[in-house]
Design a protein around this ligand. Structure first.
Ligand SMILES: C[S@@+](CC[C@H](N)C(=O)[O-])C[C@H]1O[C@@H](n2cnc3c(N)ncnc32)[C@H](O)[C@@H]1O
Length: 310
């Protein structure tokens, strides 16, 4: 990804960023001071270190707590209902694709009562406008505010209706809690600016966001903020999961909203695209998936070597 885009946080010392983060319940406890036992399959067994998670999960599940289904190289996957586990997990950002509730697929049922248990204060939700609007009341009730949205433009259509526009996009909406100034963000740039002088009007009184300097000169091929409409081929035809997200649409979200060395959380992991993208970006990740079939697929994808782009 570094060939095509860079972030304002590139070059930042991962440890110093990490040190400023609040104590991470799982990532901090499980990975920093405590070595883990590992099995022959890359599926690691939690050692005696996940006491916090186990205690909390045990309270919810009434059992001995939860062992990761997979845990290797900073990527952890749990098999279970995210609503049983989210309370015990913290991370830097949620990037997830919850069921939209728009198809007849058995697992595609809207899942209520999870958004309030999310620990991070920054969250990207993929969805259709319909599914996101449906989540509106719960997002409002749990103090999530909308920051921005992106459009994933696909190469093929996924519309289910013959009497509407041909649907070739999905939305990604970014929510935050607390103060926007406290939310980690490393604006992503593409290197395709056209040479010209940009003159910005003075900041209007009603505007709260940050703007660029008043006048500046773009150079050909120079950096400019990545556009909010992002064209990436869908996985249609070679995906294992029916709604598998391509890594290319997740990578910029990770670069933007997860600090180097930080952790991405995906409560609806499916085939593990955000986990895989986090691994490729050198971030940690925690996923939860309720269906073992998809956990197996995710583990297979995670086991593949990371592609290093020249
Ligand atoms: C839209 S898919 C995610 C696809 C994923 N982004 C990918 O690229 O493969 C939603 C996933 O959430 C899972 N799921 C549904 N209810 C869940 C729950 N309560 N807890 C955890 N996972 C759940 C489904 O089994 C399904 O795989």
């Amino acid at each position: 990804m570094r060939t095509a885009m860079s972030t304002a946080a590139d070059g930042v010392n991962a440890e110093s960023v990490y040190a400023k983060e609040p104590q991470l319940v799982i990532t901090g406890v499980l990975t920093r001071e405590h070595p883990r036992e590992s099995s022959a399959h890359g599926v690691h067994r939690a050692g005696p270190v996940d006491v916090g998670l186990r205690a909390r999960a045990a309270r919810v599940l009434g059992g001995d707590g939860v062992r990761p289904y997979y845990d290797d190289g900073g990527i952890t996957l749990y098999l279970g209902d995210c609503r049983d586990l989210l309370d015990a997990i913290d991370a830097d950002v949620v990037i997830t694709d919850p069921p939209y509730g728009e198809t007849s697929l058995l697992w595609d049922r809207v899942v209520p009562h999870w958004i309030g248990s999310v620990g991070p204060r920054s969250m990207w939700l993929f969805g259709s406008l319909r599914s996101l609007l449906r989540m509106g009341p719960e997002l409002d009730a749990t103090d999530w505010k909308l920051a921005q949205d992106i459009v994933w433009e696909k190469h093929n259509s996924s519309g289910l209706h013959a009497d509407r526009f041909r649907r070739v996009h999905e939305l990604g909406a970014h929510f935050y809690r607390g103060q926007w100034a406290d939310v980690f963000k490393a604006p992503v740039y593409t290197h395709d600016a056209v040479a010209r002088t940009i003159r910005k009007k003075p900041k209007p009184a009603h505007w709260h966001g940050e703007t660029d300097a008043g006048t500046y000169r773009n150079e050909d091929g120079g950096p400019r903020l990545m556009r909010s409409v992002i064209r990436v081929r869908s996985e249609h035809g070679h995906a294992e999961h029916p709604t598998q997200k391509p890594l290319g649409i997740i990578a910029p979200l990770i670069a933007y909203s997860c600090p180097p060395g930080g952790t991405v959380l995906d409560p609806f992991a499916g085939s593990g695209s955000p986990l895989r993208a986090a691994k490729d970006a050198g971030r940690r990740a925690i996923g939860i998936e309720i269906d073992e079939r998809w956990c197996e697929v995710a583990v297979r994808r995670l086991a593949q070597e990371t592609l290093v782009m020249a």
